[in-house]
Write a new protein. Structure first.
Length: 185
């Protein structure tokens, strides 16, 4: 009897169910990257710019995150390939790096800047991250050998439906994704 009473008290004091949520998603294929002993590093700027609000005028940037996935292959004739160091984060605040030989995955929360409520106002609602790919030991490669990296970035954000409607909905994020290779100093 006490167990039933405790369960009832717990349910009575639990916060109400928030209903459904909008799940906004976008994916962008990155540029195929080739690293060599002569060019052991590549850097990219990944920018997401919001172009519209979601259904019912909801913010599509709430709880936003980006995940970069990469696959590494080498053209080494002797089977020895250097590790690739991948870093993903905001300019000046790169994430913890990961060193990989075959594949990698890094996730970062997104912080959008600008006016994300009234998209007609300036500055634009956007976020920027940098992806840096670098060989750990470029000297392991001969002049003819290279390491190829195929990568993509998945974006997602979530917003609870404002009117308490039930059901989750997956929608394309109304964002423009831009990837630009940065020159290495």
């Amino acid at each position: 009897m006490m167990v039933i009473a405790s369960a009832g008290a717990l349910l009575a004091t639990s916060p109400p169910d928030r209903g459904g949520a909008y799940q906004f998603e976008a994916t962008s294929e990155g540029q195929r990257t080739t690293l060599t002993a002569a060019k052991p590093q590549a850097r990219y700027l990944v920018r997401a710019r919001v172009t519209a609000l979601g259904p019912e005028g909801v913010d599509t940037t709430s709880s936003a995150a980006a995940t970069v996935h990469g696959t590494i292959s080498a053209t080494s004739s002797e089977g020895s390939s250097p590790f690739v160091r991948a870093r993903f984060g905001a300019s000046g605040q790169m994430s913890d790096a990961v060193t990989a030989l075959v594949s990698f995955q890094l996730s970062r929360p997104l912080r959008f800047m600008g006016n994300c409520v009234d998209l007609e106002q300036s500055p634009a609602c956007q976020t920027e991250l940098e992806l840096e790919l670098a060989l750990e030991q470029p000297s392991l490669l001969t002049a003819e050998e290279s390491v190829n990296i195929s990568w993509s970035v998945d974006f997602e954000s979530r917003f609870f439906k404002p009117s308490g409607k039930d059901g989750n909905e997956s929608l394309a994020a109304p964002w423009t994704i831009e990837i630009v290779e940065l020159t290495t100093p």
